[in-house]
Design a protein around this ligand. Structure first.
Ligand code: ZN
Ligand code: ZN
Length: 158
């Protein structure tokens, strides 16, 4: 399965060439602020599976873990495409589900940081939810946990 997506002005586009490891809706206040919305849908993707074309810029913002998060966005329209949470010691990234060409191609497998979800948003009762972050073991599909654990460590910068 290959997923594809783009920014709002169309100068940046990408493909995801293998199955995302996991898809989650994050209701944390950092994601609310960076998206200007109630929550974000994040596809956790192996970086090697992600091909992106077009000019992006990066900025680093604080994240709940304290390690920081590198945001990548279109230089022209500012659409926020993907990010790297520095607490991951392996090369995985989070792609913003709202930038997919077909935004209905994925749906969250968990809702996380529900402690700060908007009170008017009613969580579905058939999807796991977590007050804060969720662990991979027992929540992610077993095949995704195996793939994640088989990735080589990356050099942490900063
Ligand atoms: Zn753009
Ligand atoms: Zn978040």
């Amino acid at each position: 399965m290959a997923l594809s997506g783009r920014c709002a002005c169309g100068r940046v586009h990408y493909t995801i060439n293998d199955e995302p490891l996991f898809t989650q809706a994050c209701h944390c206040t950092d994601c609310q602020r960076t998206t200007g919305s109630a929550f974000v849908v994040h596809l956790v993707v192996v970086e090697a599976d992600f091909d992106i074309e077009g000019e992006t810029r990066m900025t680093t913002v604080p994240s709940g873990s304290g390690a920081g998060c590198d945001l990548h966005f279109c230089t022209q329209c500012g659409a926020y495409i993907w990010c790297r949470y520095r607490y991951h010691k392996v090369p995985v990234i989070a792609v913003r589900g709202g930038t997919l060409d077909d935004t209905s191609a994925v749906s969250p497998q968990a809702h996380i940081f529900t402690r700060s979800k908007q009170p008017w948003f009613r969580l579905p009762d058939d999807v796991p939810m977590f007050e804060e972050a969720c662990s991979r073991e027992g929540v992610w599909p077993a095949v995704s946990v195996t793939r994640y654990n088989s990735l080589g460590q990356i050099d942490q910068h900063g």
